[in-house]
Design a protein around this ligand. Structure first.
Ligand SMILES: [Zn+2]
Ligand SMILES: [Zn+2]
Length: 270
């Protein structure tokens, strides 16, 4: 049989058989011609059954993806190049594709386009430089960055992290301080001059931001100053930014990623 799916290829033993088309060949899996009509029974499964096995799916699962009108024919189908109408699992419109396409890829053109378009989906967690972004950085936040920068190497060329959802309409978030080597972001929160920053809706938004980072493998340490309570998995509650706060952040980095990873970015330790 040697790799061909041509149903007429049965070797010479059938003597004078002139079978054409798929009707006279029966496969070991039972697909193909009904037993009574079969002029050739191949000692292997039909191509579709082979592909199902390779892609670890059942024929019932495949049939479940097909449009209703296609199901009966698909139940008997042997050819992976045969074209059918399918239903997109994500609710896009019906689409036409071969069995091979339906089994090995999204099949649905809209799903295919989505997979190709927003690079964010594949770049989730990648830090990058968003030009002209930072505004309203507080003096305290700058002090925190400077103090931390004396202890560990902080890159200056990144200010945003790609996420796999959107946050305020963008496929990225902009943490206050980014440590790409550890995939850890540090946020500085305080109540601000009028005492209302980082409470209420802002707190919900902060949680969303943390969740978006967590989804792409990042952890967030929140420095919660000026009377703000803990928020998220890793909080450093403090009155103001002191050496003790920086020490606590260093401890948290080690707790989260381990001392070896942190040692690689430590500054000035013999
Ligand atoms: Zn089969
Ligand atoms: Zn789709």
């Amino acid at each position: 049989m040697n790799g061909t799916d041509n149903p007429t290829a049965g070797g010479g033993s059938m003597g004078g058989g002139t079978a054409t088309g798929g009707t006279s060949v029966r496969f070991r899996c039972g697909h193909g011609a009904p037993a009574v009509d079969a002029r050739i029974t191949l000692q292997r499964d039909c191509p579709l059954c082979v592909l199902l096995r390779e892609t670890r799916r059942t024929r019932a699962q495949l049939i479940g993806k097909a449009a209703a009108g296609a199901r009966a024919a698909l139940a008997e189908e042997t050819r992976i190049g045969a074209t059918y109408e399918w239903i997109c699992a994500r609710g896009h419109s019906r689409f036409t594709a071969t069995v091979r396409e339906a089994l090995t890829g999204p099949g649905c053109p809209k799903c295919l386009a989505n997979a190709a378009a927003p690079a964010a989906r594949f770049e989730g967690g990648v830090p990058f430089m968003k030009p002209g972004l930072r505004l309203g950085t507080s003096a305290t936040e700058q002090r925190l960055r400077a103090a931390l920068g004396e202890r560990i190497r902080l890159p200056h060329r990144v200010n945003a992290v790609r996420i796999s959802r959107t946050f305020y309409g963008k496929p990225e978030v902009w943490p206050d301080i980014i440590i790409p080597a550890l995939r850890i972001a540090i946020e500085y929160d305080d109540p601000g001059r009028d005492g209302t920053a980082h409470v209420g809706l802002k707190e919900v938004s902060d949680r969303e931001k943390d969740a978006a980072l967590n989804e792409v493998g990042w952890e967030v340490i929140r420095v919660r100053a000026g009377g703000l309570a803990e928020l998220g998995r890793h909080s450093v509650v403090c009155r103001s930014v002191t050496t003790a706060v920086v020490d606590r952040i260093l401890d948290l980095l080690v707790e989260i990623r381990g001392s070896e990873a942190v040692a690689r970015i430590l500054i000035g330790t013999g």
